[in-house]
Ligand binder design. Structure first.
Ligand code: BYC
Length: 319
C-alpha cells in the first residue's frame, strides 16, 4: 500500500514537472508507460530515417548532374545521422539498439508509411524533399519542445537539416515546373503520387489516434495529427500554386471561416494496408535493410576485433 502511495507521489511530481515545461532527463524517475511510449515513438522515428534513405538512395547514381548528385548524397547521409541520434536517444531510455533493429527486421516495429511508395522518376526526388521532408518538419519542430530532453535536443539539429532538405526538394520542383512540357508533367505526376501519402504521414485522424491524448498530456506531442495535417495543407497549397502545379484534390477549397483549406477524404484503408505491411514496397524495404545488416557483419566483427586489440594493448602498457 505504501509502495502505491510512493508511486502516485512520484507520478504527481513527474506530471508537475511536465506541466511546468521542465525537461525529463534519462536518470529522472518516469512512469513505465512514459518510457515505453518514448521508446516506441523514437525507435519508429529512427527506423523511418534509416528506411527513408532507400527511396532516395535509389536515385544517387541517376541524378541529372554532379551538383544534384552531391546534394542528394549529402541529404541521404543526413538521414543516416538522424537515425543514429535517434537510436542513441532510445538507449538513454534503457532500450537496446540491436533489439530495436531486430524488431524492425521482423516486422514487429513500425516505420513511416510514406517510405513504402516507390520513387519512379527524378521528379520524385523533388516531391520527396518538398512534401515528405516538409511533413517531417511540420511534425518535428514541435518535438523540439518535447518533454524528454534527449529527444527534444536531437530534434533541434534534425530540424535544421530537414529544412535544407525541404528546400532542395522544392528547388528541384521549381526547376522542373519551369522547364520543358515533359519536365513539368513529370513534376505534376510526382506531386499527384506523393500528395496523399504525405498527408497520411501525420497518422490516423484524431478520433482513431490511440496515443495522442496521453502523449499530449505528457507533452511528447504538442499537436494532434489532424492539427499538423491542416498546417501542412495550408502551407503547401500556395507553394504549389507559386510554381504552377495543381494539388490533386478536387475538394480543396479555402475556408474563410476557419482560415484554412478544406480538403478531400484521405483513403484510410490504403494507409492501414500500407502500415500492416502490404504497401507497394514494404517487403523490398525490409529485405534491403536485412541484407544490409548481414552484409555489414564483417565490418562490425573487424571493428570489435580492433577495439579488443586496442584494449589489450592499453592494458599491457598500463601493467
Ligand atoms: N506510418 O495513435 P497514433 C522522415 C501508427 S522520417 C506508420 O496517432 P502516435 C524522413 C502509430 O505508430 C519521419 N505507422 O500514434 C526520413 C501507432 O501504432 P503503434 C518519421 C503510423 O505515435 C528520411 C498507430 O499508427 N517521423 O521524415 O501518437 C527521408 C496509431 O497512431 C503512422 C516520425 O516518426 C505512419 N505514418 O502518432 C526523408 C515522427 N502514423 O505504435 C524524411 C515521430 C501512425 O501503436 N513520431 N502510425 O503500433 C510521431 O510524431 C508520432 O509517432 C506519429 C503517430 C505522429 C507518427
Amino acid at each position: 500500500m505504501k509502495k502505491e502511495q510512493d508511486i502516485s507521489e512520484l507520478e504527481r511530481k513527474f506530471q508537475e514537472k511536465i506541466d511546468q515545461d521542465i525537461k525529463i532527463e534519462p536518470k529522472d524517475w518516469m512512469p513505465d508507460n512514459y518510457r515505453k511510449t518514448l521508446i516506441r515513438q523514437i525507435s519508429q522515428h529512427a527506423h523511418s530515417e534509416v528506411v527513408g534513405m532507400l527511396p532516395e538512395g535509389n536515385w544517387i547514381t541517376r541524378a541529372p548532374n554532379l551538383r544534384r548528385k552531391a546534394v542528394l548524397l549529402a541529404k541521404v547521409q543526413d538521414e543516416a545521422g538522424h537515425g543514429l541520434y535517434l537510436y542513441s536517444a532510445t538507449e538513454t531510455l534503457g532500450a537496446d539498439r540491436e533489439d530495436c533493429i531486430d524488431d524492425l527486421h521482423s516486422g514487429k516495429a513500425k516505420y513511416s508509411s510514406i517510405f513504402n511508395y516507390p520513387t519512379l522518376t527524378w521528379a520524385d526526388m523533388g516531391a520527396v524533399g518538398w512534401l515528405v521532408d516538409g511533413a517531417a518538419i511540420m511534425n518535428q519542430v514541435p518535438l523540439c519542445r518535447c518533454s524528454y530532453g534527449p529527444y527534444a535536443r536531437a530534434m533541434v539539429k534534425v530540424c535544421k537539416e530537414e529544412s535544407f532538405h525541404q528546400r532542395q526538394g522544392y528547388e528541384i520542383m521549381m526547376a522542373l515546373a519551369a522547364g520543358s512540357v515533359e519536365q513539368k508533367e513529370m513534376a505534376q505526376d510526382a506531386l499527384n503520387r506523393f500528395w496523399w501519402p504525405s498527408l497520411m504521414m501525420f497518422g490516423p485522424p484524431d478520433e482513431d489516434s490511440k496515443h495522442t491524448k496521453q502523449s499530449m498530456d505528457w507533452r511528447i506531442k504538442r499537436h494532434s495529427n489532424d492539427e499538423l495535417r491542416q498546417m501542412m495543407v495550408d502551407i503547401t497549397v500556395p507553394q504549389a500554386e507559386a510554381i504552377g502545379l495543381t494539388i490533386p484534390d478536387a475538394d480543396l477549397k479555402w475556408n474563410e471561416e476557419k482560415g484554412g483549406y478544406d480538403y478531400g477524404e484521405i483513403d484510410w484503408d490504403e494507409f492501414w494496408n500500407v502500415v500492416k505491411g502490404n504497401g507497394p514496397c514494404n517487403k523490398d524495404r525490409i529485405d534491403t535493410r536485412r541484407k544490409a545488416k548481414e552484409n555489414g557483419a564483417w565490418v562490425r566483427e573487424a571493428a570489435n576485433a580492433h577495439a579488443e586489440k586496442r584494449k589489450a594493448r592499453k592494458l599491457r602498457r598500463a601493467s
